[in-house]
Design a protein around this ligand. Structure first.
Ligand SMILES: Cc1cc2nc3c(=O)[nH]c(=O)nc-3n(C[C@H](O)[C@H](O)[C@H](O)COP(=O)(O)O)c2cc1C
Ligand SMILES: Nc1ncnc2c1ncn2[C@@H]1O[C@H](COP(=O)(O)OP(=O)(O)O)[C@@H](O)[C@H]1O
Length: 295
């Protein structure tokens, strides 16, 4: 997949262009991309995804994001997208009028356009499908319905904020994941008997709170894990932290990238009277995770 941040950096030639924020690349996005891919194959043209970083709603409304740019690009690649244009979405971009956006599509040599039915663009969301049709024939894809409501990033964000990683998984078509570099913490984990890799995720990334059974990867190796996402009230922690105790791992992780997917919520985070009480609870969490993984 070829990736660019500006129209001028993409190879010339006609293309099928799908436009949207694609935050999370959920099942709705995936069905839209499948239609776009089929259209591209039929027309013998490459498929380009024109997307925004951060997602427009994240910038405009300050909500959290389901996928960072690198996660989104990986997911788009998995969906068989040939080219990705990820433009920085900022004040200037939000203020551009709809003609400027249409001009981008012309410069991209868009021969067919594919958008979700709720897509709008340009300052004040003034542009819509009728405007797009002045550039190229436009396929407007209806929102995919699951469980009696459309699949939308907002709905998934809300489920994750409630810690419901299993319902989020149904709408995403895969378990929700996060990634980041392992940083040094207060080195209390080892003293507790449960070393925990402290994973620094991107600012603004949505994290479900609580204790979870998770699958983790370091380089290409997979480890089952118990993960806590919270503020560690027992040790008067500050700020939200993601900490993973990898089952069957020993060694150093500092500076390595750790990836994980949240599989099952085990419980909410709590304040314990003392470290001993926390230690025995983590031991029970570990047992619950082992049962989950049938270890
Ligand atoms: C499975 C698991 C569950 C945890 N649950 C809680 C909890 O309920 N309350 C809490 O205050 N801290 C909890 N923690 C966080 C520990 O307080 C944290 O791992 C410890 O402070 C180690 O911090 P350090 O990595 O900075 O040394 C949990 C950690 C793990 C791995
Ligand atoms: N099974 C394991 N799971 C997670 N981290 C481990 C494990 N075994 C060793 N480690 C190492 O121990 C570190 C965590 O130890 P800990 O005392 O909790 O320190 P910190 O406060 O720096 O997170 C990890 O970053 C990693 O390098």
């Amino acid at each position: 997949m070829i990736i660019a941040a500006e129209v001028a950096d993409l190879p010339p030639g006609p293309k099928v262009v799908a436009v949207g924020s694609f935050d999370g690349v959920h099942l709705g996005h995936q069905s839209l991309l499948a239609k776009a891919r089929a259209l591209a194959a039929q027309e013998r043209l490459p498929l380009l995804v024109y997307t925004f970083d951060p997602p427009t709603k994240v910038f405009m409304r300050g909500v959290g994001m389901l996928s960072t740019l690198s996660e989104k690009l990986d997911l788009l690649r998995e969906q068989g997208v040939d080219l990705a244009l990820a433009v920085p979405f900022d004040e200037d971009f939000a203020a551009r009028d709809k003609a400027a956006f249409l001009d981008d599509l012309v410069r991209l040599e868009a021969r067919r356009l594919v958008v979700g039915e709720d897509f709008a663009f340009g300052r004040g969301r003034s542009g819509g499908p009728a405007d797009l049709k002045t550039v190229a024939p436009t396929l407007t894809v209806p929102l995919l319905d699951l469980g009696g409501a459309p699949v939308k990033s907002t709905r998934i964000r809300e489920l994750l904020e409630q810690g419901d990683v299993e319902a989020a998984r149904h709408l995403l078509g895969r378990p929700y994941g996060a990634r980041g570099i392992v940083r040094q913490g207060e080195r209390l984990g080892r003293r507790l008997g449960f070393p925990t890799a402290n994973v620094e995720t991107a600012p603004g990334k949505v994290l479900p709170r609580g204790v979870f059974a998770a699958r983790t990867w370091v380089a290409e190796r997979a480890y089952p894990a118990v993960v806590n996402v919270g503020t560690r009230p027992t040790v008067r922690g500050s700020g939200l932290r993601l900490e993973a105790h990898l089952i069957g791992f020993s060694g150093e992780l500092y500076g390595h990238e750790l990836r994980l997917v949240f599989l099952k919520k085990l419980r909410d985070e709590r304040a314990f009277e003392d470290l001993e009480a926390l230690r025995s609870q983590i031991a029970r969490d570990l047992e619950a995770a082992r049962r989950f993984f049938r270890l």
